[in-house]
Every structure is written in C-alpha cells, then in structure tokens.
Design a protein around this ligand. Structure first.
Ligand code: F6P
Length: 328
C-alpha cells in the first residue's frame, strides 16, 4: 500500500453549513496522524491556480460555529477540461501532495472521480457536503439539517403573516434537482402542498387541494415549491392558481441564498467532525475514489461511482404521504 505523507483539503461547489467543522476535523486528524496538511483555496480553482497554504491545528481554531467555508469555494469550469486537470496534477506533484479530501456535492465528486481515474497516484476521498441531501451512501449530507432549520424558521414567520391576512403563500426553497429541503420543511411547517422535482404535481390537483382547504375553513395556506419543480417556476404556478382561486390574496416568497448561510446546527457540527475524521482514517487505510457517509448512525464507505449513480428518488415516500394527510 502506497503511504501518504501530504494531504490536501478543499471545499467545492455550493457551500454548506458544517464544512468548517469538517475542515477542522480533517486538519487535526491529519496532523495527529503525522501528515502534513495543506488547505486549497476555492476548490478545484485553487488546485489549478496553485493557491494553497500549510495548515496547523491553530489554522482551524474557533471555526466550528462558522457558516460558509474558511477555504472558500467555487464552481470551477476549467477543471472539467483535460488541460485544467493536468495543471492541477502538476501543481499537486510540485507541492508533494499525495492525497486529497474533497468536501462537496455531486459536481465535486464527478470532478474528483474523473481526476483520480486519470491520476490514480493522488488518493481521493469525498465528504458529502451539500444542503441538497442528494447523494447515495449517506442518509444525510453536511448542511442539510442546518438549511432545513433555516427554512423552517423563515416559513414559520411567513405563516404568522399569512394567517393574519388570510393569504396563500407560495414559497420557493433551494433544490435544483432535489426536493429534500422542501419535503422536510413541508412536514415541519404543515405546508398544504409540497412541489418537488422528483414527483410531478399537476396544477389542477394543486388547485383542487387548495379548494378543499378553503372548504375545510383554512384561513391561510402555504405551498412549498422546490427550485427544480417542473411546473415552470414559482411565479408561474402562483399566477395559474390565482386565475382559478380568487378568494385568497396570493403572495410569493423566494428564500434564496439565505438557506445556505448561518452557523451549523449541532447535528451538522457532529456530522462534519465525524466525516472529516473518517475521511482521513479511510485514506490512511488505503481507500481511494470513495466517499465517507452516515448510514444508520454509522460511518460507511461508498465508492464515488456509486454515490453518483445510485441516487434516484431517495425522498422518503412515507413523509410525502404523511404530509398530505396531516395538512388536511
Ligand atoms: O447545490 C446546492 C444549491 O444550493 C442548490 O440547491 C441550488 O440549486 C444551487 O446550489 C444554487 O447554486 P449557486 O449558489 O451557484 O447559484
């Protein structure tokens, strides 16, 4: 087994609360295990631009409570090209880095897998860090819990004003390809309807559902729409419903990027710490092209290939059905 001596760590793609606790765990576990640890700024962009710095245990002091990522992040298009990857590889060789922990979502893992197939002498371990909770191999991804709590807090506030005015609100939450936040937040906030990219909802059915609510003397209604829902966007849906249901005053709120910020929840701090620790241990044990994840509260290792390809309609069907019944 090829021993590793110098470890690089980066965050890539959309930031997620919990990335900082994870970076802290990677740095301190690496140093404790006798490795040199290098922080790479702005994800794959830092690899290409050779933007890296030596880290020590104090480099990650007092960051457990911080949202965002101290290493910064980026969505790096040049890393998708052969030239970009070659430059990144040459920079890693020059720095003497022989292993990487990459913290991010599916785009990050796609890049990591391609890179490590091309340059297998650089060992790669993924940590699922995305608010979207859409990777196979981990029941929860880093940031999902915090983002969901942020959304719930916001929707609770909207419910107050919706109720005061007898209004119907359409609230768009993040999730270009994932309805995970929408579904959980919908259960937590008693949403009258939840629209998701993974499950088609006919507008006629939505209208019927909202009419039933009126009939049942509901004073306000909340419809949560995940960003990636296929009905043409939250404003379009609201307009189509407004044409059919005249009694409600209809409002639209897009929660946007506030969902990605904020101090990580206790859950995400523990998860980030566990996954960061486990990622370094897995590399030291000879694993590469894999991802560490949480399954039934245990750390499990999944290949990056599986993490990327096995994900399909992971949403909890029982939650969907229950949310419908509990919001009558
Ligand atoms: O991948 C996380 C995520 O927040 C998605 O839910 C969202 O669609 C996307 O990132 C937004 O990305 P950006 O911040 O680059 O606009």
């Amino acid at each position: 087994m090829q021993k590793i001596s110098k470890l690089g760590v980066l965050t890539s793609g959309g930031d997620a609360p919990g990335m900082n606790p994870c970076i802290r765990a990677v740095v301190r576990t690496g140093i404790y295990s006798g490795l040199n640890v290098v922080g790479i700024r702005k994800g794959y962009q830092g690899l290409i631009e050779n933007d890296m710095y030596d880290m020590n245990p104090r480099s990650v002091s007092n960051i457990l409570n911080l949202g965002g990522t101290i290493l910064k992040t980026a969505r790096c298009l040049p890393f998708r090209t052969d030239e970009g990857m070659e430059t990144a590889y040459q920079n890693l060789k020059e720095q003497g880095i022989d292993a990487l922990v990459v913290i991010g979502g599916d785009g990050t893992f796609t890049g990591a897998l391609r890179f490590s197939k091309k340059y297998p002498d650089i060992k790669v371990m993924g940590v699922p860090g995305t608010i979207d909770n859409d990777l196979y191999g981990s029941t929860y991804t880093l940031g999902f819990d915090t983002a969901t709590n942020t959304v719930v807090e916001a929707i609770d506030k909207i419910r107050d004003t919706a109720d005061a005015h007898d209004r119907l609100f359409f609230i768009e939450v993040m999730g270009r390809d994932s309805g995970a936040i929408a579904l959980r937040a919908g259960v937590c906030c008693g949403a009258e309807a939840i629209l998701l990219p993974e499950k088609a909802t006919a507008i006629d059915d939505l209208i019927e559902n909202l009419r039933a609510g009126q009939h049942n003397k509901k004073s306000s209604s909340i419809v949560i729409v995940a960003e990636g829902d296929k009905n043409g966007g939250v404003y379009d849906i609201a307009r189509r419903v407004q044409n059919e249901i005249k009694v409600y005053d209809i409002k639209v709120t897009i929660l946007g990027h506030l969902q990605r910020g904020g101090s990580p929840s206790a859950f995400d701090r523990v998860l980030g710490s566990r996954l960061g620790y486990a990622a370094v241990k897995a590399l030291l044990n000879g694993h590469t092209q894999k991802m560490v994840g949480l399954q039934a509260n245990n750390i499990k290792i999944t290949t990056l290939e599986e993490a990327l390809t096995q994900h399909e309609f992971k949403l909890e069907q029982d939650l969907m059905e229950m949310a419908d019944i509990l919001s009558i």
